[in-house]
Design a protein around this ligand. Structure first.
Ligand code: FRU
Length: 457
C-alpha cells in the first residue's frame, strides 16, 4: 500500500459503493473533537461548489423542481445532528444551479412519521386545487415513514412556506418499506404518474395528486428512489424513449404509454451518485440530475456539516455501438465559476515530471485529451489522491472537477462517470499529472481555476 492509499483508509469510501436499504445503516457516531471556528463556507473541508448543508447531516436530494424562477433542492436532513436521523426536508434555492441559498427546513416529522424521500411538481393546471389567485401550486410528494410507511403531500404557492394536506396520507401502505415517490405529469394521458419503491418499482396514476390508482407493479431496475422520465434519442425530439432509474443510478430504457412501462434494455449500472433524482419542470427542457455523494458516515474532523451532493449534471441518451446509453456531463452553468486557465497542446509527458507543478489553486475544472503512447498509466494526483484515467478507443478524453474533498470525473464525453470523496493531504501539491512506464501525449489540456460558489472571497 503506498503513502497515498494508507492516508485514505478508513476515511474514503466511493460515493457509489453498494449500500443496503435499512436506514439504520446511516447511523454513525460523530468523531470526537471541537468544531472549527472558521467562518461559514470557509471551513477547511467545506466543498466549495458541491452542495452541503450549513450544519448537520444530509442524504438524498428530494423534490428537485424549477418553480417561479428558482431551482429548488430539498434534501433528506437531520436538523438536530451530524448523523442520519429525525428525517426532515431541508431546503435550498438557486437561480442558476450553481449558487445555492439554504433556507429553513420545510417539512418536519409528524404523527404519520418522519419525512423520507420524494419529489415535487408544479401543478400547472391546478388539478389539486391548492393553487391561489391563478398561481399554480408547488406540490411535494413524500414518504411519511411511520408504522406503516405511507405517501403524503404538502404544497406551497410562494416556494417558501409549505402546508401539509390535511387528508394525508394520499396513498396508503402498499407493502412494507414502500417509499420514495417520484411524480411526473404525463401529458399524452393527461394524468399524474407516480413511481414508488415497493421491493421493486410500482406505478400509480392520479388526476389530482390526491387520489392514486395502481397502474403497474414489479418494474425491475434496482432499489430505492426510483425516477422515470422521457428522453429524446440522439437529441431527436420525435424519437422518445423512457428511462427508469434506481437509487444506485442503474437504469433501464423502454416505452411508456401512460399505462405500462415496457423495459427494452438494461439494467445498466452507472456511477451517478446515490439516490439520484432529476428536476421537474426544468425551463430549458433539459434532464438534469443530482445525486447524494455519499461519503464515510462520520463527518470530516471539526466540520459542522456531514455529506454533500454531486454537481447538477445533464443527461442525454445516445446511440453507441453497444446500443442506447445515458451520458452525463456537468451543467453548462458551472462554467461561470471558471477563472484563470492554463492550456497545453501537443505535448509529450514523461515519468518523473509534473507539468502542473506551478499550480497553487485548490479548485479546478480540467478538460483534456491524452493518448497513452508507450505509458502504462496516466492520471492526476489531487492533494495526494491518485486518479488514473481510462483509455477508451486509444485516448483518454475527460473532464474532471476538483473540489476541496471531492473529485468528479467524466470520461469519454460523459459515457463513464465517477465521483470520489477523499481526505486531502495538505502537504501534497494541489495537482500533479503523472505518467508511468513510458511516454504519453497530451493532445490538449485545459486546467481552469474555479472560484468558490459560496459568497466567501
Ligand atoms: C435512500 C433512502 C431512501 C429513504 C431515505 C431516508 O438513501 O434510504 O430510500 O427515503 O434514504 O433518509
Amino acid at each position: 500500500m503506498n503513502k497515498h492509499n494508507s492516508l485514505h483508509v478508513g476515511w474514503v469510501i466511493m460515493a457509489v459503493s453498494v449500500m443496503t436499504v435499512d436506514a439504520k445503516e446511516k447511523k454513525a457516531v460523530a468523531p470526537e473533537g471541537p468544531l472549527t471556528t472558521a467562518p461559514l463556507y470557509q471551513e477547511q473541508y467545506r466543498p466549495q461548489f458541491h452542495f452541503s448543508s450549513v450544519t448537520n447531516w444530509l442524504n438524498d436530494p428530494n423534490g428537485l423542481v424549477f418553480y417561479k424562477g428558482e431551482y429548488h433542492l430539498f434534501f433528506q436532513h437531520n436538523p438536530k445532528g451530524n448523523v442520519w436521523g429525525n428525517m426532515t426536508w431541508g431546503h435550498a434555492v438557486s437561480p442558476d444551479l450553481v449558487h445555492w441559498t439554504q433556507l429553513d427546513p420545510v417539512i418536519y416529522p409528524d404523527k404519520l412519521g418522519t419525512i423520507f424521500s420524494g419529489s415535487a411538481v408544479v401543478d400547472w393546471k391546478n388539478t389539486s386545487g391548492f393553487g391561489k389567485d391563478g398561481q399554480p401550486p408547488l406540490v411535494c410528494i413524500y414518504t411519511s415513514f411511520g408504522q406503516p410507511a405511507t405517501q403524503s403531500i404538502a404544497y406551497s404557492i410562494d416556494g417558501r412556506t409549505f402546508t401539509k394536506y390535511e387528508k394525508n396520507p394520499v396513498l396508503g401502505n402498499v407493502a412494507r418499506g414502500n417509499r420514495d415517490p417520484k411524480v411526473i405529469w404525463h401529458e399524452p394521458s393527461k394524468q399524474w404518474v407516480m413511481i414508488l419503491f415497493v421491493q421493486s418499482f410500482d406505478l400509480f396514476s392520479s388526476p389530482n395528486l390526491k387520489d392514486w390508482t395502481p397502474l403497474q407493479s414489479k418494474i425491475e431496475c434496482g432499489r430505492e428512489c426510483p425516477d422515470i422520465f422521457p428522453m429524446p434519442v440522439d437529441g431527436d425530439s420525435k424519437k422518445i424513449k423512457w428511462v427508469v432509474t434506481a437509487a444506485s443510478g442503474s437504469y433501464i430504457i423502454g416505452e411508456f404509454d401512460g399505462k405500462e412501462f415496457k423495459a427494452e434494455v438494461g439494467p445498466f449500472p452507472s456511477h451517478f451518485g446515490y439516490a439520484v433524482q432529476t428536476f421537474s419542470d426544468e425551463p430549458k427542457g433539459r434532464r438534469i440530475q443530482i445525486g447524494w455523494l455519499r461519503g464515510a458516515k462520520a463527518p470530516y474532523p471539526g466540520m459542522p456539516f456531514n455529506q454533500q451532493m454531486t454537481v447538477p449534471a445533464e443527461l442525454t441518451l445516445k446511440t453507441t455501438p453497444s446500443g442506447l446509453r445515458l451520458f452525463r456531463l456537468p451543467v453548462k452553468e458551472l462554467e461561470v465559476l471558471r477563472g484563470k486557465v492554463n492550456t497545453w497542446t501537443d505535448r509529450t509527458i514523461v515519468p518523473g515530471t509534473n507539468l502542473l507543478s506551478g499550480l497553487t489553486h485548490d479548485l479546478y475544472d480540467i478538460e483534456g485529451e491524452i493518448q497513452p503512447g508507450s505509458s502504462k498509466e496516466v492520471g492526476f494526483t489531487v492533494r495526494g489522491k491518485p486518479v488514473p484515467l481510462n483509455f477508451i478507443d486509444g485516448r483518454a478524453k475527460f473532464r474532471m472537477l476538483v473540489d476541496r474533498i471531492t473529485i468528479e470525473l467524466f470520461e469519454d464525453d460523459g459515457a463513464q462517470t465517477q465521483a470520489m470523496i477523499f481526505m486531502p493531504d495538505d502537504k501534497a501539491p494541489p495537482l500533479e499529472l503523472f505518467v508511468t512506464g513510458g511516454e504519453a501525449r497530451i493532445v490538449s489540456l485545459k486546467v481552469h481555476e474555479l472560484r468558490s460558489a459560496w459568497p466567501v472571497k
